[in-house]
Design a protein around this ligand. Structure first.
Ligand SMILES: [Zn+2]
Length: 368
């Protein structure tokens, strides 16, 4: 061993980045960076291009005692979102607040719990807005133990100064073929992989979730059956809306099961840590509690995000059914009206918690 020196032997394992589909250049840059990281990286690319998965793999590589093997306890905990030295900071509202910026500065100043390094992942940073100046100094000169990984869909004016202090890594839209390849590697049949990649809008994370979801096909059929089942009455529309919302609720069950496993893994680890170190200081105990709270908050956001994704997928399927009627001159005008009503609901629903009523109103107005 070691007689032949190859530049790749010290790099984090490729397998660690296996879930980052279709981004060979970004993955190569991150693997190389993990050997001698600087203080901040900016991952830029549209939603669904694998930035979050890449940030998790990169954080695992940075903290791994084995240089990023992807298999040790530390790597597994980073990838599961339960490592105490990785914090993912999410925005709460439409922009990043000054309070959130203060929280980032506080987290950056904290010492690592386990090793000599910690990673702060800042998400949705294209929405940095007024918090930009407050964060500049922290990101520019963090304590030597902190590495920032900043995620943004693009670089608006508010972000330019911060961006100039980071090493930038670009994420391109993922080619559909790469998503298909990822699913096939997971054991999905090529035909089903083609279909899922397209339904997921080319987003690898969503495609994998759908592939692992046994109820997906039934939900798709339910959305497709809507036009044929409408009879112009409010009662039918209400019944259908209830049924579709019920399916939406059931669609988050696989995610909830995964989250429950994450929570019990974290609680078990905390209990172990508390019993090994009988004199856990108050600060350390507070950190453990905070870990559980952070996880709960992340879980709630994941569920909200998934419900929105699922509803958008359903509406896209429904719009597709009307799209098939565009070729027929007799139903063309009604189909166009239906598609634009569906589009509008899709845009509004993201902010509107009254999804059942909105869906009922849409269905009542739709052409049979
Ligand atoms: Zn490891």
């Amino acid at each position: 061993m070691g007689a032949v020196s190859s530049p790749s032997v010290d790099l984090p394992s490729e397998r660690l980045f296996a879930t980052v589909a279709g981004q060979p250049a970004a993955v190569a840059a991150l693997r190389a960076a993990a050997r001698r990281p600087v203080h901040a990286y900016l991952l830029v690319g549209p939603e669904g291009t694998g930035k979050r998965a890449a940030a998790a793999a990169f954080a695992a590589a940075l903290l791994c005692p084995g240089g990023g093997d992807g298999t040790c306890d530390s790597c597994r905990r980073v990838l599961a979102g339960i490592h105490p030295d990785v914090a993912v900071v999410e925005r709460e509202g439409a922009a990043i607040t000054i309070d959130a910026a203060r929280e980032v500065t506080r987290l950056a100043a904290r010492s690592p719990v386990e090793g000599d390094r910690k990673v702060l992942v800042l998400t949705d940073f294209h929405l940095v807005g007024v918090a930009g100046p407050a964060l500049l100094k922290t990101i520019e000169e963090p304590p030597p133990s902190t590495v920032f990984v900043v995620l943004a869909e693009h670089v608006p004016a508010d972000l330019i100064t911060i961006a100039s202090r980071c090493v930038r890594i670009d994420f391109r839209p993922v080619p559909l073929a790469a998503v298909v390849e990822l699913l096939v590697a997971d054991g999905v049949s090529p035909e089903r992989a083609d279909h899922l990649a397209e339904v997921a809008g080319g987003r690898p994370d969503r495609a994998r979730l759908l592939a692992a979801d046994p109820g997906f096909e039934a939900r798709r059929q339910a959305w497709r059956s809507v036009p044929a089942r409408l009879d112009g009455t409010g009662a039918t529309a209400a019944g259908l809306a209830d049924e579709l919302i019920g399916l939406l609720d059931s669609s988050v069950e696989p995610l909830k099961a995964r989250q429950a496993a994450e929570t019990s893994a974290l609680e078990e680890r905390n209990a172990r840590a508390a019993s090994v170190n009988g004199k856990v200081g108050r600060a350390a105990r507070a950190d453990l509690t905070a870990g559980v709270k952070d996880l709960d908050e992340r879980h709630r956001r994941e569920i909200r995000r998934q419900r929105t994704d699922e509803l958008r997928t359903g509406l896209a399927i429904l719009a597709g059914e009307y799209g098939d009627r565009l070729a027929d001159p007799g139903s063309r005008a009604a189909a166009i009206a239906a598609i634009s009503a569906i589009d509008e609901l899709g845009r509004n629903l993201v902010r509107n918690p009254g999804e059942t009523l909105a869906l009922q109103a849409l269905l009542v107005g739709l052409d049979r």
